[in-house]
Design a protein around this ligand. Structure first.
Ligand SMILES: *Cc1c(COP(=O)(O)O)cnc(C)c1O
Length: 385
């Protein structure tokens, strides 16, 4: 029997979301699921297996190791590597057939060299050219795209099979930010055109993350890259309510529930303190439940004060500081609805027993659902249900 602090992964919800995404793009638009960071904490292997089963076209990871993990699990789908690596890792890219994003001449030249020592034949290995149109992270400048394409395609073993860019503010509804996104899109179009002007096929062109997938249907191009939406949460201002109001019929369900159990109930008198720093003091006699979950599990310190947990359908506040491995909850005096060993839900999908979603926690912790989910650490076993 494993530890009672667990992350339940609702497989049916995951499959539902994948189908929703797949059904919301045009017939000729491919779907890439971002399964980086262990599928935003939701189990990359399970997500990738369901992706394969449901006709998804691509997976995206951030590190070589994440790609290798999927290959070792037998995943056959093309895998995009969204972040850069160092030349020492290049061999693993070829060995595991992972498609890297490239953009700088130096990087491309080193990759060409590595490809020529790896392949003894005429193998053409796919790379995607990243273009920085305003994200300010990775990518070549739009005006350099043609040149980069030439470098790639004139090599013996590399071939340009895709082009991409990434939006900085597509999850915002302000007019200024929507215009910025449109401008990024236009620059991306120019980069693609300059590659075509050099006589090259740009391959699969992609730019839409979850937000642009939901809100900019005209920007789906050849492929979308869906991350957070796969896991049941909406990107910032592109909320479920907004979509409903604008007649965009799309909904997804959260997949992960974080739960634990009460391992002790202790009686406290008025004036007693709870946890480090003595930040919380009993204003009256009460009972305090101890939970075996803390910030090392991903229950971030900044969630207290503010966060309630759900026990048998009712909410109770975490009091005092969240410790590394434990935290305390005020359940009140003579509470017949709460008993030792009862289940405690931190967050999860509707009807699983939790009243909070990861989005609620994000609001309390002044962060985003992405960070709440990816913070759930390795120590918390994922249990597929
Ligand atoms: C993570 C990532 C995505 C997915 O973003 P979501 O907002 O989660 O949909 C798409 N593209 C790139 C380049 C990414 O790094």
């Amino acid at each position: 029997m494993s530890r009672c602090t667990q992350a339940l992964i609702y497989k049916d919800n995951l499959e539902y979301n994948i189908k929703q995404i797949k059904n919301s793009v045009g017939k000729n638009v491919k779907v890439c699921l971002a399964v980086k960071a262990d599928a935003y904490g939701h189990d990359a292997i399970l997500t990738s297996q369901l992706a394969e089963k449901n006709g998804i076209d691509f997976l995206a990871v951030a590190t070589i190791d994440e790609g290798i993990e999927l290959r070792e699990a037998g995943i056959k789908l093309p895998i995009l590597l969204l972040s850069l690596c160092v030349p020492d890792e290049f061999e693993e890219i070829f060995k595991n057939n992972i498609t890297p994003l490239v953009f700088s001449k130096e990087y491309i030249n080193l990759l060409i060299k590595a490809s020529e020592s790896f392949f003894s034949d005429e193998t053409k290995f796919s790379v995607h050219l990243a273009v920085d149109t305003g994200m300010g992270r990775i990518g070549c400048y739009p005006q350099d795209a043609g040149e980069e394409a030439k470098l790639i395609n004139n090599s013996k073993n590399l071939i340009l099979s895709g082009m991409c860019t990434h939006f900085a503010v597509s999850d915002s509804l302000s007019q200024e930010n929507q215009e910025y996104t449109k401008n990024q899109y236009n620059k991306f179009m120019q980069a693609i055109q300059s590659v075509k002007n050099e006589g090259f096929d740009p391959g699969i062109c992609h730019c839409a993350c979850s937000a642009a997938f939901l809100n900019n249907k005209d920007m789906h191009f050849d492929m979308i890259r869906a991350g957070i939406i796969t896991y049941g949460y909406y990107p910032d201002e592109i909320t479920a309510e907004y979509l409903q109001k604008n007649n965009k019929n799309f909904n997804v369900k959260p997949i992960m529930a974080l739960k634990t159990k009460i391992v002790s109930i202790r009686h406290f008198n008025k004036g007693q303190f709870v946890s480090y720093g003595r930040t919380w003091q009993c204003t009256k006699e009460t009972n305090i439940a101890v939970l075996p979950i803390g910030y090392a599990d991903g229950l971030l310190r900044r969630f207290s004060p503010g966060l309630n947990v759900t026990i048998n359908g009712k909410d109770y506040p975490i009091v005092g500081r969240i410790c590394m491995d434990q935290c305390m909850v005020d359940i009140g005096l003579n509470n017949s609805e709460v008993a030792l060993w009862d289940d405690v839900y931190i967050f999860g999908p509707k009807d699983c027993g939790a009243n909070n979603s990861a989005q609620t926690l994000a609001q309390i912790g002044n962060t985003i659902s992405y960070e709440v989910c990816t913070s759930i650490s390795k120590r918390v076993k994922r249990i597929i249900v």
